[in-house]
Design a protein around this ligand. Sequence first.
Ligand code: NAP
Length: 423
Amino acid sequence: MSYDKIEVPEQGEKITLKDGSEDELEIPDNPIIPIIYGDGVGSDVGPAAQKVLDAAADATGREINWMRIYAGESAREMYDENLPDETVEAIKEHRVAIKGPLTTPVGAGFRSLNVALRQTLDLYANVRPTYYLDGVPSPVKAPEEMDMVTFRENTEDVYAGIEWEAGTEEVEQVRDFIEDEMGFDSTIHEGPVGIGIKPITEKGSKRLVREAIDYALEQGRDKVTLVHKGNIMKFTEGQFSEWGMEVADEEYPDDEVFAAPDSLWEEQDDIDIPEGAIMVEERLADAMLQWMQLRTDEFDVLAMPNLNGDYLSDSAGAQIGGLGIAPGGNFGKGRMLAEPVHGSAPKRANQDMANPSALILSGRLMFDYMGWDDAADLVRDAVEETISSGKVTYDLERQLEDAEKLATSEYAEEVIDNIEKLS
Ligand code: NAP
């Protein structure tokens, strides 16, 4: 496709699907990779991460040909719209891309661009690996026990939530329907009301859980925990868990994946599973939030609906040093968009101070997806080496004694030096 404002690099090849496959990629050694720097701190961390990823690619005999694409403020300046069609097309066409954060103002009239991107590209799994890097300050006693990967459903639940505002004609129509047609006549209090609907489908639940189980099998993990609030929301969150258990039970042999649908009230040691099999268990979301801190090493891969995933993955990120460090990626069939967990942090923007590690480590996840395992390991090791030598950005420096505070750009240079030393 030819683009209006996007400049396609002269060198480089497109990542494509392997012949006859729906999701396996052909990755050249010189891929074209679209990048959105993003809003706020995106203009600091975007270029910094780009340089680090270039260095890791170079050190492993490859070359990334970056293609700048635009969303949010930069798109408003160039296109007079927030999410130009050609940005979405460029990601679709090139299959693997990376983005910084995009601002979503609170209030009516502005749909989240992140949600729009994830839904339009059908990036149905938001994956956040949460692991400890030596030297990172943490508020918990044993942060090294944390090694979890969260799979958050990315296209439905509250992301596909339909809401009606209090005081509108529409909300009163919905209230009448619920009370008169559906028979819930004394459920909603009198007076102004806001009403929302959160759909959770069999398709959305099953493909997310399948993705989490496949990942656990590929990575030699022990357990997948389905996290939900099905004791209260039986027909949405409860159903998510039932469908997830069906996937585990019906789609894999028992000696590979063992579904434990009665695990909600059981200790894991009391559940008998075939030797070598991955257990798929279920836990309630509120209890999980405390267990993640109190019994961290019991959990491995978590799969959950959208809103639970939002809360739990941020909370897990806090245990290993906070948002400046936490990476993520959005996965669909044969495509991936890497992005950090953090937002645009407006008060830290354009000051060359934000921590680029989260975006750099999102790049590591992208390299993993591309099968560039050596480059991925190099990125991780170089970030860890930099932090453990006490050279850190402001967010970590304020929590450490005797650390040296570096600007975003200086920190990126340190990581690059370490890539060169380690390769
Ligand atoms: P945020 O941007 O993640 O920032 C919250 C705080 O986290 C910052 O003030 C800062 O803490 C710390 N932080 C975040 N990124 C950091 C980094 N790279 N280095 C160091 N510290 C970092 O959350 P928010 O303020 O709630 O959201 C701001 C905007 O971002 C909103 O419009 C929101 O909708 C959007 N957002 C976008 C995404 C996305 O694009 N995927 C995700 C989340 C939020 P201190 O103030 O303590 O330094």
